[in-house]
Design a protein around this ligand. Structure first.
Ligand code: NDP
Ligand code: X2W
Length: 347
């Protein structure tokens, strides 16, 4: 099967990563590539690593340029994707890397994004319970945020097996600067970021909080509340999430470390991209750089009765473009791993 694909936001980080993956996808022909202020430029000027596509010209991001393809990837700022998506034909598969169609709760959307809710699409994190089935045949897919990808993968197995308390979840994530997009320059210049780490969105204000709560609540079957704190780390790619939750006693007795480990192993043993590392080995962002893998490790802190899970992803691959391509593959009935790197980059 050969499918024609258009990529919008192709001058940006997420769109560039989508193109990097699609260029190696055996079933894909890359059609229109579009941008906004950079329309008219050669792709090679903006994405010099995409050698095979360097001479391609970026077109304007219009419905006319995107329609007529089998699949359209939207890698645009919030709001811009909902506006375009609403005008694309029903028969075109639309995969939105932005946030516009992720949340089920319109009130949460309005509170955190301050605009009208555009609707809810199937969520592109196939490793969540029941989600792979929900993606099969989908023609609209909402790609998760990068922090939610790492946070949900870290804790969903514990909530799906009723091992964790819903009211005591703390998540702290460190992200590379590419998470903020190419457009965010002011506080990301090298002299500010290199050799320094700093938190932001502290106190429950980050817009990924409701998205993480939504995914964990769906896994748990009850409302889960989350304290989430993001931090900026001096690296270009990668997210390292540390998620902790209070373990729920089972039939009046404490859960053991091996029972906890078994729940995560059961969830991920057959997954091509999500891996519980062997005991004693802890994740690093370097080990997943440029790949669609998520790696994690967990420990039971018997002193506090908490499970601690750390999960590493590449924010641009599993955290955006890789998750998007993986979801497209599932929706179209292709090999789930097609076009996705199975190996990382080292050192
Ligand atoms: N970076 C990441 O790790 C992640 C990003 N995402 C999401 O992906 C989307 C893109 O993010 P990212 O690539 O990082 O951002 P960038 O700033 O790197 O890229 C933004 C892209 O959108 C285009 N654009 C800007 N304004 C408009 C507009 N009004 N209409 C149409 N196109 C426009 C830009 O074109 P031009 O350059 O020509 O102006 C550029 O191609 C966002 O929704 C983001 O939240 C999701 C998960 C992770
Ligand atoms: C480091 C950094 O700034 N990261 C971004 C999250 C990137 C992401 O996942 O974005 P969307 O939900 O907007 O798609 C942030 O905190 O806003």
């Amino acid at each position: 099967m050969t499918i024609s694909v258009a990529v919008s936001g192709a001058s940006g980080y997420a769109g560039g990563e989508v193109l990097r993956l699609l260029a190696n996808h055996p079933n894909v022909t890359i059609g229109a590539i579009t941008a906004h202020s950079n329309a008219g430029s050669r792709l090679g000027e903006l994405q010099p690593h995409l050698h095979g596509l360097a001479s391609r010209i970026l077109e304007d991001t219009t419905v006319e340029n995107l329609a007529g393809h089998d699949v359209v990837f939207l890698a645009l700022p919030h709001g811009a994707s909902a506006e375009i998506a609403a005008q694309l034909p029903e028969g075109t598969m639309v995969i939105d890397a932005g946030a516009d169609h992720r949340l089920q709760d319109a009130a949460a959307w309005e509170k955190f994004y301050g605009s009208a809710h555009a609707g809810t699409w199937p969520y592109g994190l196939p490793e969540l319970p029941g989600q792979r089935e929900a993606l099969k045949g989908a023609t609209r897919i909402a790609v998760p945020g990068c922090y939610p990808t790492s946070s949900l993968l870290a804790l969903a197995p514990g909530f799906a097996s009723n091992l964790l308390q819903a009211d005591d979840v703390v998540i702290v994530s460190a992200s590379g600067t590419s998470g903020a997009g190419k457009a965010a320059k002011v506080n990301l210049i090298g002299s500010e970021v290199m050799g320094s780490m700093s938190p932001y969105g502290v106190g429950g204000g980050h817009r990924h909080t409701p998205e993480i709560e939504q995914g964990l609540s769906n896994a748990a079957g009850e409302p889960v509340t989350v304290s989430f704190t993001p931090t900026l780390a001096p690296m270009s790619r990668g997210i390292l999430t540390t998620a902790t939750a209070k373990v729920r006693p089972q039939a009046g007795r404490s859960v053991t470390a091996s029972e906890l480990r078994q729940a995560w192993a059961d969830a991920y043993d057959d997954e091509p991209f999500v891996h519980l590392l062997p005991e004693g080995q802890w994740p690093s962002t370097k080990s997943v750089q440029g790949s669609n893998h998520a790696v994690m490790q967990l420990a039971f802190d018997a002193h506090t009765g908490r499970v601690i899970v750390t999960c590493a992803i590449d924010n641009l691959t599993k955290g955006t473009a890789g998750g998007a391509v993986q979801s497209m593959n599932i929706a179209l009935g292709l090999d789930e791993t097609a076009g996705l790197n199975l190996q990382g980059v080292a050192p």
